[in-house]
Design a binder for this molecule. Structure first.
Ligand SMILES: NC(=O)c1ccc[n+]([C@@H]2O[C@H](COP(=O)([O-])OP(=O)(O)OC[C@H]3O[C@@H](n4cnc5c(N)ncnc54)[C@H](O)[C@@H]3O)[C@@H](O)[C@H]2O)c1
Length: 243
């Protein structure tokens, strides 16, 4: 019960890493709003996890949708202690000059604009209560980019810098902001063939892909009081890939 009584939002919480974080947060005693574009998936998970969970259909790239999310959470939970910016969009590997403007804007909307939209509503609440934890789920690509995912990698680098900038500004108010950089998970974003998988796996010294449970364990630590001295950190959960 390392998050007993905490009130959390997890964006993109209906599947993948986000669902892993939701499950673990609830197991640790938190109440969690699953904010996902996939309303049905969010509802199924919330129903499974019971009273501590709330499903809210949200488009994290849209200001009005994010504002409605915060209204719902305010009514249901009466406050907010933890915000996890996990919702993300990937891109198929391709030379950087082939991306069109619409795709670029969509990518930046989900991966970057979302951090601004949720942050500007979460921060006043957390400042007023003089405590809070914000966590961005970025990527190893944000610190160690590889070819053909340039704009995705750049969006994840943006999430890391945003978190560090927020961390230094918000530290005096008792609000911590950190990042997890996962290595590829079982859902494996991007091109996925057995050959590509095997080649990718060979670059992870621990010899396996990451799991939602790996990411959730790091998320619980960074959002709990055990990490009360930890802010502005971008923690790789990558089996040594970035070494
Ligand atoms: N899976 C990987 O290999 C990997 C590696 C590094 C980083 N990441 C990052 O981890 C995060 C989670 O990835 P995942 O693999 O669990 O992906 P996923 O596709 O399983 O889950 C992402 C969730 O975000 C939701 N979502 C997408 N757009 C949204 C929007 N506009 N508003 C609200 N919700 C939206 C989706 O409905 C989905 O439930 C992402 O930010 C991703 O970039 C993933």
């Amino acid at each position: 019960m390392r998050l007993k009584g905490e009130r959390a939002i997890v964006t993109g919480g209906a599947s993948g890493f986000g669902a892993g974080i939701v499950r673990r947060f609830v197991a640790e005693g938190a109440r969690v709003a699953i904010a996902d574009l996939n309303a049905e998936g969010a509802q199924v998970l919330a129903a499974e996890l019971g009273e501590g969970c709330l499903a809210v259909r949200t488009d994290v790239a849209d200001g009005a949708s994010v504002a409605a999310l915060f209204d719902r959470v305010g009514e249901a939970f009466g406050g907010l202690d933890i915000l996890v910016n996990n919702a993300g969009m990937g891109t198929a590997p391709a030379p950087l000059e082939t991306m069109d403007e619409a795709r670029f804007d969509a990518l930046m909307g989900v991966n970057c604009r979302s951090v601004f939209l949720t942050g500007r509503l979460a921060v006043p609440i957390m400042k007023a209560q003089r405590r809070g934890a914000i966590l961005n789920i970025a990527s190893t690509g944000g610190v160690s980019p590889r070819p053909n995912l340039a704009w995705y990698n750049a969006s994840k680098g943006w999430m890391i810098t945003a978190a560090r900038a927020m961390a230094v500004e918000l530290a005096p108010f008792g609000v911590r902001v950190n990042v997890i950089n996962p290595v590829a998970g079982a859902t494996f974003m991007g091109a996925d063939t057995p050959e590509i998988r095997a080649r990718f796996l060979a670059t992870i010294p621990i010899g396996r892909f990451s799991t939602p449970a790996d990411i959730a364990a790091a998320a619980v630590f960074l959002c709990s009081q055990e990490a009360s001295m930890v802010t502005g950190v971008a923690m790789e959960v990558d089996g040594g890939r970035c070494i």
